[in-house]
Design a binder for this molecule. Structure first.
Ligand SMILES: CC(=O)N[C@H]1[C@@H](OP(=O)(O)OP(=O)(O)OC[C@H]2O[C@@H](n3ccc(=O)[nH]c3=O)[C@H](O)[C@@H]2O)O[C@H](CO)[C@H](O)[C@@H]1O
Ligand SMILES: [Mn+2]
Length: 296
């Protein structure tokens, strides 16, 4: 499906109202109660019936480093209730505390893989280093073992069904704090010295770094390029304003996602309830930054 998101529209609602909506938004609009631009519905049960016989393996990467190990239990337990239920899911957990990975009852066909990694000193580096580690795990293992991959933050809980409707070649996730802001308010990297630079007036959406996905091949291209750009910036003594999230936004501007998930696929408990949606499928939990982060 071709995307034409490079319009000069400045507000997501305008984009949604225009003809540039991708199929999923229409579904999302239906299922959430956004009543803009709904043209077509997709029956989620029918979609499941299409995807299930394909016997897919969905990998998800989750980092639980330092104190973030505390979020892992709820993430996994709620994922078992709501995330790609009845699919083969491989959780790839990256942690410096392998022995503290909680035991959670997994449904048949679902597995946990634990990868021991060192703890870096700055939260910015921990977050950004995910790009490189995902690249490596795809090279070493996932290219053989998985069809799709999601890369998710651990400090979140599932609350509602998240299914095959989210699968696509390259999937971006609209940031829950930016869906109703105009493009000039997006916190893209604005210094031309950074490889994540996005000039004023450009940009489709502000994507969150805490969730992206797609086929293993597409995600590989994404993480490899973001890792290269992070390294190039480091060599030039510059760190993008929101680290890997800035690089992800750059990548998805110039490599359009084939599906964009609405904020119901990653909400933020801090935003509480709003009247724009009926359903929250996954949501960031409240956390005390000063307490959980290494160098806050
Ligand atoms: C809702 C919100 O405002 N999100 C922003 C915030 O994300 P967050 O505040 O959600 O970032 P975060 O602290 O959750 O870090 C991202 C992820 O890195 C991992 N991790 C991080 C630190 C650590 O000590 N151990 C560890 O394992 C863990 O998987 C975590 O979920 O900051 C990011 C910048 O990086 C982005 O700007 C996000 O948009
Ligand atoms: Mn987070």
């Amino acid at each position: 499906m071709s995307l034409k998101l490079t319009s000069t529209k400045t507000n997501i609602y305008e984009i949604l109202k225009s003809n540039y909506i991708i199929l999923y938004f229409q579904v999302t609009l239906q299922t959430t109660g956004y009543n803009i631009g709904v043209r077509k519905t997709v029956d989620q049960k029918k979609l499941d019936a299409i995807y299930k016989p394909k016997n897919l393996t969905i990998a998800t990467t989750v980092f639980a480093i330092g104190k973030y190990i505390r979020f892992l239990h709820d993430f996994l337990e709620t994922a078992e209730k709501h995330f790609m239920v009845d699919f083969k899911v491989h959780y790839h957990i990256f942690t410096d505390k392998s022995h503290e990975v909680p035991s959670v009852n997994l449904a048949a066909g679902r597995k946990i893989f634990v990868h021991q990694v060192p703890k870096l000193n700055r939260w910015q580096d921990i977050s950004a280093s995910r790009m490189q580690m995902i690249q490596t795990i795809i090279e070493e293992q996932l290219h053989r073992e998985a069809d799709y991959i999601y890369c998710q933050d651990v400090d979140a809980k599932f609350h509602f069904r998240w299914g095959a409707e989210s699968l696509d070649r390259l999937v971006g996730q609209i940031h829950p704090w930016y869906y109703d802001l105009s493009r000039d308010q997006f916190t893209y990297e604005r210094r031309p010295e950074s490889t994540a630079y996005i000039p004023p007036g450009e940009g489709d959406f502000y994507y969150i770094g805490a969730m992206f996905g797609g086929t293993v091949d597409e995600v590989y291209k994404l993480v490899k390029r973001c890792h290269e750009n992070l390294e190039a910036d480091k060599a030039n003594g510059i760190e993008a304003v929101w680290q890997e999230e800035s690089h992800l936004n750059w990548y998805l501007l110039y490599n359009k996602p084939s599906k964009i998930l609405s904020p119901e696929y990653l909400w933020d408990d801090k935003r509480g309830k709003t009247n724009v949606q009926k359903v929250v499928r996954l949501s960031h939990v409240l956390k005390n930054y000063a307490e959980v982060r290494e160098n806050a």
